[in-house]
Design a protein around this ligand. Sequence first.
Ligand code: SAH
Length: 363
Amino acid sequence: MLQALVGLDAGEIAALLERLEGRAVPSFRARQVYQALYRQRVQEPSEITALPMHLRQRLADDVPFGLPRPAQSFSSADGTRRYLLQLADGRTVETVLMPEGERYTFCISSQVGCPVNCRFCLTALMGLERNLTAGEIAGQVLYVAAANGLAADVSKLNVVMMGQGEPLLNLDNVLKATRLLVDPEGVGLSERRLTVSTAGIVPKFEQLARSEVRPKLAISLNASNEEQRQQLMPITRKYHLKDLLAACRAYPLRSWEKLTFEYVLLGGVNDTDADARRVVKLLANLNCKVNLIALNPGPGIPFETPSAERVGSFQQIVRRSLPCFVRKPRGRDIYAACGQLKRMVQIEGSATAAAEGPGAQSG
Ligand code: SAH
């Protein structure tokens, strides 16, 4: 089967058109298709009206379009929307849209499920099902933007790769999706409005750093010392804290960029004043800011959300040395907040059932 249309870059579209036509195709045709996909964000090939009818038809007949389709969506009291999107193979993945005044943040997934086994995260319970393709990663933005009529002004759109998955374990596809999302001929997002978050897959930092077009880097620190971090995030037994911090110091930030460190606060576990002081020490000499996230609870997660006072006290200590913010929980009521993406479909009453794999039905 041919590769899906959404996700192809301009060169790949040109090659595809030639193959479909069996002869050379003028180069403007590829550009027309590219712009229709990524700038106009058409939802199917018949909408690529710049193309002659026979070519539209051939695309429709012979090439999977590749835009994720809505399976279900959930709306939070705070305006957040969580989408369960269906992929070509029937699997579903989650995307969250967070409106904030005039701005919109898309939280997109990079994998179906996640192989990183963080003890406080619901997505970990799914395990890894598969990597998403570049088209499936960028397609989440294309679909959700179109579904919400957000086509016009991309200066109001932010994208964070903080949904399901560990982006640095699917880096080639993440980087290709990034190129599609920031290309001014296409979607046209600003590179500054795109962030990738990692549990700290240190050996991948170099490839990310080398990439000409790349999102900003956020790192899930989540602990104030090695032992605590290895307990909470078992994958860090492989990628040690001291190597992570060395890689962060070596990371080539752009003039406008700071590293972000995320820190999930778990009541009574990693949220003491002493933890806060250790975090400050660890991050000394790094050009960075800290985002604190009070635990978003979930069934099977053996931790508690710390009190607002505890969070405030932690923040006060870090803030004496570094910019430090508390991330506002968004969409907790619909299982859309950080660490809650597990395809939960029964929200009221017992929120324990999840849509299992292919065939999650719309309700
Ligand atoms: N795998 C990547 C992308 C996930 S981003 C990463 O680890 O960075 C999701 C962010 O939410 C991470 O910083 C993660 O540590 C945090 N998180 C996970 N589970 C959480 C929970 N239950 N409550 C609050 N934050 C959580």
